[in-house]
Design a protein around this ligand. Structure first.
Ligand code: NAP
Length: 313
């Protein structure tokens, strides 16, 4: 018998083995596969270990009448209808903090790669163009420039700390002013964009931040402006972003997240002013292990009737 169900095709073999060993957990690849389980398996499921970005809504929760916990693998839980879960008495947990460093590292890496034209530089060396055609055009200095963080939360702050070490002038927008070492607060995202060269988006995803960075903010960032997004594809108005990148309204972007991942809008692939990453902000062996352990520990706490480590609701 199992009372833990893993849901998510993206669980690695190691992660699946770990949860199977610990809890004799069952597995389905997707929320939509829950109805393929026997009535008994569904009736016994008390906790779900969830991984991925497919929607986990009320209808799926209702297929699991004894469900008491959805333990999300990841800090962002915008795929889970937390309101529906709360209404049903289902607790939700996530995996905050353990991934901050990696996500912040990737944001900085994309910013530097974009400024220093590293993708074209790599291609130039590999193709032999360096010897055949000479050096690339000069690139752009990153250190000492002005950066704006949209969402000074856990990850946003780690990004700001790193960029401060690059002697950047740090500006930020959050819903309220924070205690910072002299960074400049902006109460709205357009005024932030107007003040900076780089705009780094580190917001939560979900309905409330849908299209948070839109046409106006991109226009305010201007033709030398670069957007970095490590949050969710939803937080930037993607149609406006594509238009801005294609028409020179902004200079470029570094993007780890998109709408409709992994089948992203092909217009991104045609752009030469972007650095594109396959949603891999937290994807190091070390951090994924820590995330898996935190998910495991939340499930173990729930099953033992102890306090949850990182509750969302
Ligand atoms: P966090 O500490 O909760 O910070 C979230 C930020 O979003 C805060 O600055 C918060 O604003 C802002 N925010 C929340 N609700 C908002 C609303 N309704 N309107 C405007 N702003 C709002 O979260 P975190 O741990 O830094 O993670 C941030 C996000 O990064 C995650 O939710 C996830 O989507 C994304 N992420 C991506 C990857 C990746 O692989 N690319 C990996 C991990 C996480 P205040 O400062 O005003 O509270």
């Amino acid at each position: 018998m199992t009372n833990v169900m893993m849901i998510g095709a993206s669980f690695s073999e190691v992660e699946r083995d770990r949860l199977k060993t610990a809890f004799n957990a069952g597995f389905v690849a997707d929320v939509t596969d829950l109805d393929s389980l026997s009535v008994q398996a569904r009736a016994e499921t008390a906790a779900v270990a969830f991984k991925g970005h497919a929607a986990f809504g009320a209808a799926a929760m209702d297929l699991l009448p004894k469900l008491g916990l959805i333990a999300n693998f990841g800090v962002g839980y915008d795929a889970i209808d937390v309101e529906a879960a709360s209404k049903r008495g289902i607790r939700v947990t996530n995996t905050p903090d353990v991934l901050n460093d990696d996500v912040a590292d990737l944001a900085v890496a994309m910013l530097l790669a974009q400024c220093r034209n590293m993708i074209a530089g790599d291609a130039c060396v590999r193709s032999g163009d360096w010897a055949a055609k000479g050096s690339l055009p000069l690139n752009r200095k990153a250190s000492g420039s002005r950066v704006g963080i949209v969402g000074l939360g856990r990850i946003g702050r780690e990004i700001a700390d790193r960029l401060a070490a690059f002697k950047m002038d740090i500006h930020y927008h959050s819903r309220s002013e924070k205690q910072t070492p002299g960074w400049t607060y902006h109460s709205d995202v357009v005024s932030l964009a107007e003040a900076v060269d780089f705009l780094v988006v580190a917001l939560v995803g979900g309905k409330e931040t849908l299209g948070y960075v839109g046409t106006e903010a991109l226009a305010a960032l201007g033709p030398r402006g670069v957007v970095i997004n490590i949050s969710r594809g939803t937080t930037i108005d993607e149609a406006a972003l594509l238009k801005a990148l294609e028409s020179g309204i902004i200079a470029g972007a570094g993007l780890d997240v998109f709408l409709n991942e992994p089948d992203i809008d092909p217009r991104f692939r045609a752009l030469d002013n972007v650095v594109l990453q396959p949603h891999q902000g937290s994807a190091t062996t070390e951090t994924r292990t820590d995330m898996a352990l935190l998910q495991h520990d939340n499930i173990a706490a729930f099953l033992a009737g102890r306090l949850l480590l990182t509750p969302v609701n």
